[in-house]
Design a protein around this ligand. Structure first.
Ligand code: 5GP
Ligand code: MG
Length: 176
């Protein structure tokens, strides 16, 4: 069994404040299309995109399932939803919830690079730098966190906890 931390790791207020500044950083890049990686980033994407509010900013949702790291190709990442999305010549902002090992974003960036975007920048709500196994860095990061399992604000454990407004740490009963 798992239990939640007594207090949120990051409160809804802290998230809202950071999103205000993050949106300013992103605006300077003038993205034309957002590719949001479901499901964990759905709330983050909604809140951030409202702060970008540009009339010609498009938004599309994709799904990515990672089956571990692949050093040579993106063969271990299954991406769905890219069919029919035209990013050719566009400035693309990829939004994901967490950068953990980095495998998902690294593979996804390779795939998108092959689709002819003019520029691809990546944005994650949370970065666990200490967990990185590949050489990948996001262009925009909401918060740096330690190696902890987090839920809430769209992030799940077995599809639960997503609707909590704050971000919480989940530990097993022995505190691990
Ligand atoms: P990566 O390929 O970077 O290792 O995997 C990143 C993905 O793993 C994230 O998009 C997220 O779906 C999942 N993930 C990694 N750490 C956590 C965490 O602490 N909590 C939750 N809910 N998902 C996580
Ligand atoms: Mg994910």
């Amino acid at each position: 069994m798992y239990k939640m931390s007594e207090k949120p790791l990051i409160t809804a207020t802290q998230i809202a404040e950071r999103l205000d500044t993050l949106a300013q950083e992103i605006k300077a890049f003038h993205p034309e299309i957002i590719l949001s990686v479901l499901t964990g980033s759905y709330i983050f994407t909604a809140d951030l995109s409202r702060r970008l509010s540009s009339p010609d900013l498009q938004i599309k949702f994709i799904k990515a399932s990672s089956y571990g790291c692949s050093t040579k190709s993106s063969g271990k990442l299954e991406v769905s939803g890219l069919e029919g999305i035209d990013i050719c010549g566009k400035r693309v902002l990829v939004i994901d919830d967490i950068l953990d090992t980095g495998c998902t974003m690294e593979s996804l960036a390779k795939i998108l690079n092959g689709m002819g975007a003019s520029l691809i920048k990546t944005c994650v709500l949370l970065n666990k730098e200490s967990r990185r196994t590949v050489d990948f860095h996001a262009d925009f990061v909401g918060f740096e966190i330690e190696n902890e399992f987090v839920v809430g604000y769209g992030l799940d454990y077995a599809n639960n906890y997503r609707t909590f407004p704050d971000i919480w740490t989940l530990r097993d009963e022995n505190g691990k």
